[in-house]
Design a protein around this ligand. Structure first.
Ligand SMILES: NC(=O)c1ccc[n+]([C@@H]2O[C@H](COP(=O)([O-])OP(=O)(O)OC[C@H]3O[C@@H](n4cnc5c(N)ncnc54)[C@H](O)[C@@H]3O)[C@@H](O)[C@H]2O)c1
Length: 356
C-alpha cells in the first residue's frame, strides 16, 4: 500500500498510508488486538464489521458529551483491560475526531502508552486531525481542556468511508481544508478556489488530492513544533472564535463549520486592526462566507455569549484575548490583547452581511 507521508514525532516516526480498511490485520504486528469504533460507521459500513470478525469491539456514540474523562476512564479503559490487553496489544480506532480523541487519550495514559492504530472515517479526521499527536477531552464546560500528545503507530486513510457522511459533516472537513490552504500560500489557495465547487459537491476523485495536500501542509508545522509551543499555534487560525461558537451553540455547529465562521471573523478583525488590507480580507473570505450553511443558528448567538466562551480559551494570556489574525495568505500571526469590541463588530458585520 502506498505510504503517503511519514511523520516525525518525539514518540517515533509514523506513516500515513492511503488505502482500504480491508487488509488491516496484516499491518498490525500485535497478536492481541481490540477495536473501538464509531457506532454509526459500523452501521453504515458492514465491511468493517465483517473485517473485525473475532475482534472484541467497543461501539462508541460519537457525540461531544461523550468526549469526557469519565467516558475514557469508565468505559474505554475497562473495555481494554477486561479484554486482557498488555503493552504488546494494539487498539484499532475507527471513526472521526471524537473516537480519535477518546482512544488516543485513553491509550496515552494506560500503561504510560498503549499502541493504537487509526482509521479516520470523516473528512475532517482524514484531512486534518489524524496527524499531529493531539488528544483532547472536554471538561467542566471547557472544550478540549484535557489532553496529551500521543500519535497512533499506524494511520490509514480510506476515502471509501466518506460517501456516507452527512453534508454537514462532510463540509465540516472542507472547512479545515480551506484553513490549511489559506495558511499555506496565495497559490495554494487559488488552486483550491478553482476546485472548491468540486470538492464541496463531492466530485469523485477530487477530494483525495486535497486530503493529501492538506496533510502535507500540516506536516511541516507539527514536525517543527509537535508540542504547540510556537510555530504550530497558527494552526488555530479560525479556532479561537470557532471553538467559542461551538460552545455557545452547545456543539450545534460542527467543528470545521465553526472554524469557517472563525476564519471569516479573524479576517475581518485583522482588517479592522489594520493588519490586512480590506480587499484581501474580502478575497480570503470569499472562500468561506458564501458557503456558510448555518446562518440561522449562528445568527442567534449573542456576542456576549461568544465573548464569554472566548474568555475561557486556554490560549489567552493574562486575561487578554488571543486570536490568530492574518496579514495575508500564508501570513497568520498571534494577535494578543484583542479588544472585545473588535470581535463584536467583526461578528455583527459578518452576520448582517450574510443575512442581508
Ligand atoms: N485531536 C485533534 O488534533 C483534533 C483536531 C481537530 C478536531 N478534533 C476534534 O474532532 C471532533 C470532530 O471530529 P469529526 O468532525 O471528525 O467528527 P466526529 O467524530 O465528531 O463525527 C461526526 C459525525 O459523523 C459520524 N461519522 C463518522 N464517520 C462517518 C462516516 N464515514 N459516515 C457517516 N457518518 C460518520 C459520527 O458518528 C458523528 O455523528 C471534535 O471533537 C474536535 O474537537 C480533534
Amino acid at each position: 500500500m502506498p505510504e503517503l507521508l511519514s511523520i516525525q514525532s518525539a514518540r517515533g516516526t509514523y506513516g500515513v498510508e492511503l488505502g482500504g480498511f480491508d487488509g488491516w490485520r496484516e499491518r498490525i504486528a500485535s497478536k492481541h488486538v481490540l477495536a473501538i469504533a464509531d457506532a454509526r460507521v459500523l452501521e453504515l459500513h458492514p465491511r468493517v464489521v465483517a473485517g473485525l470478525k473475532d475482534v472484541p469491539i467497543l461501539k462508541v456514540e460519537a457525540v461531544e458529551p461523550n468526549k469526557t474523562l469519565a467516558f475514557a476512564v469508565d468505559t474505554i479503559l475497562p473495555f481494554i483491560l477486561d479484554h486482557g490487553a498488555t503493552r504488546a496489544s494494539t487498539v484499532v480506532a475507527i471513526g472521526g475526531g471524537i473516537v480519535q480523541d477518546l482512544v488516543g487519550f485513553a491509550c496515552s495514559i494506560l500503561f504510560r502508552g498503549l499502541p493504537w492504530a487509526f482509521y479516520p472515517t470523516t473528512l475532517l479526521a482524514q484531512a486534518d486531525s489524524c496527524i499531529g499527536s493531539k488528544t483532547s477531552l472536554n471538561h467542566l464546560k471547557y472544550k478540549n481542556l484535557l489532553g496529551t500528545f500521543f500519535p497512533p503507530k499506524q494511520l490509514v486513510v480510506d476515502a471509501a468511508f466518506l460517501p456516507t457522511l452527512t453534508d454537514l459533516d462532510y463540509h465540516s472537513g472542507v472547512g479545515e481544508i480551506i484553513k490549511i490552504h489559506l495558511l499555506e500560500s496565495e497559490q495554494a489557495t487559488r488552486e483550491l478556489a478553482a476546485d472548491l465547487d468540486a470538492v464541496w459537491s463531492r466530485t469523485p476523485g477530487v477530494v483525495e488530492r486535497y486530503i493529501t495536500r492538506s496533510l502535507t501542509y500540516k506536516k511541516r508545522y507539527i514536525e517543527r513544533d509537535e508540542y504547540d509551543e510556537g510555530p504550530r499555534l497558527v494552526l488555530n487560525y479560525g479556532h479561537c472564535v470557532g471553538h467559542a461558537l461551538e460552545a455557545a451553540t452547545d456543539y450545534g455547529i460542527p467543528h470545521g463549520i465553526a472554524v469557517m465562521y472563525g476564519i471569516a471573523v479573524a479576517n475581518r478583525m485583522s482588517a479592522k486592526r489594520g493588519l490586512l488590507p480590506e480587499p484581501v480580507a474580502r478575497a480570503m473570505n470569499q472562500l468561506v462566507e458564501p458557503r456558510l450553511p448555518l446562518v440561522p443558528i449562528a445568527a442567534k448567538v449573542s456576542t456576549d455569549a461568544l465573548l464569554a466562551a472566548m474568555r475561557k480559551d486556554k490560549k489567552n494570556i493574562d486575561g487578554k484575548l488571543v486570536v490568530i489574525g492574518t496579514e495575508g495568505y500564508g501570513a497568520m500571526k498571534r494577535v494578543i490583547d484583542v479588544a472585545p469590541d473588535v470581535i463584536r463588530a467583526a461578528w455583527t458585520d459578518m452576520i448582517e452581511e450574510l443575512t442581508r
